[in-house]
Ligand binder design. Structure first.
Ligand code: SF4
Length: 387
């Protein structure tokens, strides 16, 4: 039986950031439009619990071992800790949580949210991932973030005081008007805090976002050029490497023993059950996803599936396994995915793999295929070829 991870989506935010293409909603906007009411948190937690019970029955998941749980968003730290506890208690009652189950919650650095850390730790959350993005207050404003750089430091210290010994920070590069010096200062301030894990990724302008609309109108200025962005990548890699963090995925770094096991399960194409508005699941070759708007999801919690597809077609499954597995530094075992997907990757992608090897973008070692350093810099283009 493949390992099972649980993802719980909490789609509520204080405000919508201009670059964000996640399924997230400013709470005030939902309230104004009548898509939520004062009782929004309890209603949403009730819906999560109803969905959980139904999915367990539908996919015969009761008693299945769960190695990781991830509360993502949105802003899960905005959700009242007592509601998170209710959901966690239900998950613990129906699944067999591994003794070392990694239970992560994403948090934004607002002070009010940091105060909840103690209650979350008591509820069983054992890993906090704080969305810092940058410590520069002007850059934070340009991203529409509703916190300051100092808030991020305070949130980190609150997490430590609450007893969290596994804390991750998210940093962003390529923010409009960000210079190499600014990026360097961000890395330095993050390292001063001493997190166990860092995600450091580049801003991408996604269709459907406010940033994309501004870019289309020619109003999004100051994005770093390719050379500056590349220099930021190099700076990030060398600073984090020197500080004892290992890059284990394109944008993720960890001290020994602190990789994010939840995300590793995605990249290894393990099974995961996604609960909540817009959440995606992959269970034994079937992918399904839920209605996106929180009130629509909550009203249909007994069957919130918006759509589903079978991904057990060997060619498709192999393409996915390669695209995901190549994100990890260790790469992907060709023998393993042959067994998992029921088809030989050499038959389906042999020509493409040879072409990428000849271009120095991937390397093969001991039956594993991985991105080279050059391939890592061009990861988006390389991985898209397997779709
Ligand atoms: S806080 Fe996070 S999820 Fe919410 S809008 Fe901003 S980037 Fe998106």
């Amino acid at each position: 039986m493949k390992p099972l991870s649980l993802y719980v989506h909490i789609p509520f935010c204080i405000a919508k950031c201009g670059y964000c293409d996640f399924n997230s909603y400013a709470l005030d906007t939902l309230l104004e439009k009548g898509h939520a009411d004062e009782d929004w948190a309890r209603r949403y937690a009730d819906a999560l619990m109803e969905e959980t019970k139904n999915r367990i029955e539908e996919y015969s998941l009761e008693g299945r071992e769960v190695a990781t749980i991830f509360f993502g968003g949105g802003t899960p730290s905005l959700f009242p800790a007592e509601e998170t506890r209710r959901v966690l208690d239900l998950l613990a009652a129906f699944f067999d949580l591994a003794p070392d189950c990694e239970i992560t919650l994403e948090a934004n650095p607002g002070a009010a949210e940091a105060e909840r850390f103690g209650a979350l730790r008591e509820a069983g959350v054992n890993r906090i991932s704080i969305g810092v993005q940058t410590f520069d207050d002007e850059a934070l404003k340009r991203l529409d973030r509703v916190h300051t750089g100092d808030d991020a430091g305070r949130a980190f210290r609150s997490a430590r005081e609450a007893g969290f010994t596994n804390v991750s920070l998210d940093l962003m590069f390529g923010i409009p008007h960000q210079t190499i010096d600014m990026a360097e200062r961000d890395i330095g301030r993050a390292l001063d805090l001493g997190p166990e894990h860092l995600s450091a990724y580049e801003l991408t302008i996604e269709p459907g976002t406010a940033f994309h609309a501004r870019q289309t109108r020619g109003e999004l200025n100051g994005l770093p050029d390719e050379d500056t962005a590349l220099r930021m990548w190099e700076l990030r890699d060398s600073a984090l490497n020197d500080a004892g963090y290992e890059r284990y995925e394109i944008s993720n770094f960890a001290r020994p023993g602190f990789v994010c096991r939840h995300n590793l399960n995605y990249w290894r194409r393990g099974d995961y059950l996604g609960l909540g508005a817009g959440a995606h699941s992959l269970i034994e070759g079937e992918r399904f996803w839920n209605h996106a708007r929180p009130d629509v999801y909550a009203q249909s919690a007994s069957d919130p599936t918006a759509n589903s597809e079978c991904v057990d077609d060997p060619q498709k499954a192999l393409g996915e396994a390669l695209m995901l597995g190549l994100r990890i530094k260790e790469g992907v075992s060709l023998a393993h995915i042959k067994q998992e997907c029921g088809a030989d990757p050499e038959d389906a992608f042999g020509e493409l793999i040879s072409e990428l090897e000849n271009s120095g973008l991937v390397a093969r070692e001991n039956g594993r295929l991985r991105l080279s350093d050059k391939g890592t810099l061009l990861a988006n283009q390389v991985l898209a070829k397997f779709l």
